[in-house]
Design a protein around this ligand. Structure first.
Ligand code: S3P
Length: 185
C-alpha cells in the first residue's frame, strides 16, 4: 500500500560535498512528482545570507544548529526529496530524523571527482581547495562511517545525473514493491 502513499515519493540524499546531491535531487523529485528541498538553500533563506558568510560571522557550531532546525523543517511535510549538506548526516539527531522520514541514499564520490568538480568553487567553507587532497580525503574518511548508515550506497563516479536518478528510482520502486529484496547498490 505504501506505493500509493506519500512515502513512495520521499527520498533523502546525503554524501560529501560535490557528490551531486542537489543536481540528482532535482531530477529525482521531478520524476517522483515530489517537492525538492535543498537544506543548504533553506538555511540561506532563513538566515538571509550565504553559507560562507554564516561560517565567517557566526562560526560552524551556529551553522550546525541552523542545519538541525532546517532538517527538522524539511522532514515536517510529506512528499519531498530532501538533499542534506555534506556534514548533516554526521549528526546523530539529523540521521535519526532523516532516516525516519524516507529511504536515505548515500551518494558516494571519490576524492578525485570532488577535486575535479569543485576546483575554483569558493562557496564551500570546508572545501580546503584543490591542492589539499589529503585534508579532503581525511574529512571524507572521518565521515564515511556515518554515511554508511544510509539505507543505500550509490556510486556517482562516471555516472551522469540522469543515470544516478534512474538508479535511485529503481531502488525506490524495488523497495516499495510488495515482495522486496533488501540490499545495497
Ligand atoms: C558542508 C557541506 C555543504 C554545506 C556547508 C558544510 C560540509 O553542503 O552544508 O558548506 O560540512 O561538508 P554541500 O555538501 O551541498 O556542498
Amino acid at each position: 500500500m505504501r506505493r500509493c502513499g506519500e512515502r513512495g515519493r520521499q527520498a533523502v540524499l546525503v554524501g560529501f560535498m560535490g557528490a551531486g546531491k542537489s543536481s540528482v535531487g532535482k531530477v529525482l523529485a521531478q520524476h517522483l512528482g515530489a517537492e525538492f528541498v535543498d537544506v543548504d538553500e533553506r538555511i540561506e533563506e532563513a538566515a538571509g545570507r550565504r553559507i560562507g558568510d554564516i561560517f565567517v560571522s557566526c562560526g560552524e557550531a551556529a551553522f550546525r544548529e541552523m542545519e538541525r532546525e532546517a532538517i527538522l523543517d524539511a522532514v515536517s511535510a510529506p512528499g519531498r526529496v530532501v538533499a542534506a549538506g555534506g556534514g548533516a548526516f554526521v549528526d546523530e539527531a539529523n540521521r535519526r530524523a532523516l532516516k525516519a522520514y524516507a529511504p536515505v541514499f548515500f551518494l558516494d564520490v571519490s576524492v578525485e571527482s570532488v577535486l575535479e568538480r569543485l576546483s575554483g568553487d569558493r562557496s564551500r567553507p570546508l572545501f580546503p581547495g584543490g591542492k589539499e587532497a589529503g585534508k579532503l580525503r581525511e574529512l571524507m574518511e572521518r565521515r564515511r562511517p556515518s554515511y554508511q548508515e544510509a539505507d543505500f550506497t550509490v556510486s556517482t563516479d562516471n555516472r551522469s545525473v540522469p543515470e544516478i536518478a534512474d538508479h535511485i528510482l529503481s531502488l525506490l520502486a524495488r523497495r516499495s514493491a510488495p515482495r522486496r529484496e533488501g540490499g545495497r547498490a
